[in-house]
Design a protein around this ligand. Structure first.
Ligand code: NAD
Length: 309
């Protein structure tokens, strides 16, 4: 069996097309486009790429999309002051603080900063209010990556109700909201994490397996029940030839790409899983583009809510 590839990139483009007229209608009615502010602290190379892609997509669809940059030396107080300014901004409907924050800011900086975002502009769904509403199945804003995964599963006609879903990863931004979204669609959900025992055997029970770990190729064939749907959330930039050779055999197109560029993006799911899975999201071109599409949708939603829609 060769898995059906779930085309996240194609779906993201369709969603952008669906949003574009609504963005234009908002701008015509209110005399300004819906606005998104992205706060980037420091210059983490992966974050630079993610933020650039978010800003570009936003501008293409018709949003006002602004980068608010602070140096890596910024303090928590500096970021809090910026977040408070954006909370009060009349032209920004959504405020997103890009993770990760510089380590030097300390372990609790992220939580303190996310807590400061006004829930009505929290397009990443990370404030306690929005997390709590999600738990109670009355969410306003849900983290963009797990929302994108559910959107893809539903539009691809993959049944969720009554299925056993295993989510590997328990972060606030992916694993936990992912598990809740699947639960709310009547899946039986197991959350696995770094301390889970017999991970491989557990995953083999899944009808839907979501990997959100950050370990290249962790999910091998043995983790997957034949015919299962496998969603690969991981994004890992590999620069070590030994690891890449463990994922792609000699002669593989991606290996040639790696040798030409010196790096290659891989997921948490080993490419060999395509031989057993029923459906699989590729990396790149799977979940990543949907994360951006959901950010755009959340920002439009925030703008409409701010105007009583
Ligand atoms: P995180 O580091 O916050 O969480 C990783 C989780 O994996 C933890 O809950 C941990 O318990 C679990 N884990 C670690 N090692 C494990 C192991 N050996 N076995 C089982 N579980 C293990 O990461 P995150 O922010 O949730 O992101 C996870 C991955 O998803 C990363 O690769 C990240 O780059 C990627 N990501 C992708 C998108 C996207 O748009 N596609 C968005 C966000 C994150």
């Amino acid at each position: 069996m060769t898995a059906r590839l779930l085309d996240g990139l194609g779906l993201a483009r369709r969603i952008h097309g669906e949003i574009r007229p609504e963005v234009a209608a908002f701008a015509a009615k209110h005399g300004r486009p819906p606005g998104l502010a992205i706060v980037l602290v420091g210059a983490d190379p992966a974050s630079e790429v993610y933020v650039r892609n978010k800003l570009r997509s936003g501008a293409e669809i018709g949003f006002r999309a602004d980068l608010e940059r602070l140096p890596a030396s910024a303090t928590t107080a500096d970021v809090l002051a910026l977040v408070r300014r954006l909370n009060a901004s009349p032209v920004h409907d959504g405020v997103l603080v890009q993770s990760p924050l510089p380590r030097a800011m300390g372990d609790d900086a992220g939580q303190r900063i996310f807590d400061a975002i006004v829930p009505s502009k929290d397009v990443d769904g990370l404030t306690p209010v929005n997390m709590g509403l999600l738990v109670q199945k009355r969410a306003q804003f849900v983290a963009c990556t797990p929302s994108g995964v559910v959107e893809l599963l539903e539009r691809e006609g993959i049944q969720i109700a009554g299925r056993h879903a295993v989510v590997i990863g328990r972060s606030d931004i992916v694993g936990k909201p992912m598990a809740l979204l699947l639960l709310h669609r009547d899946a039986t959900v197991t959350i696995a994490h770094s301390r889970t025992r017999n991970l491989e055997a557990l995953c083999r029970q899944a009808d839907i397996l979501v990997a959100a770990v950050g370990r290249p190729g962790l999910v091998t064939k043995g983790f997957v029940k034949p015919g299962a749907t496998v969603v690969d959330v991981g994004i890992n930039s590999m620069t070590d030839e030994g690891t890449v050779l463990g994922l792609f055999p000699e002669g593989h197109r991606r290996l040639a790409l790696f040798r030409a560029k010196g790096s290659v993006l891989v997921g948490d799911v080993h490419p060999e899983v395509a031989e057993v899975a029923g459906a699989l999201t590729p990396v790149p071109g799977g979940v990543g583009p949907l994360t951006i599409a959901m950010l755009m949708r959340n920002t439009l939603h925030a703008a409409l809510m701010a105007h009583g829609a």
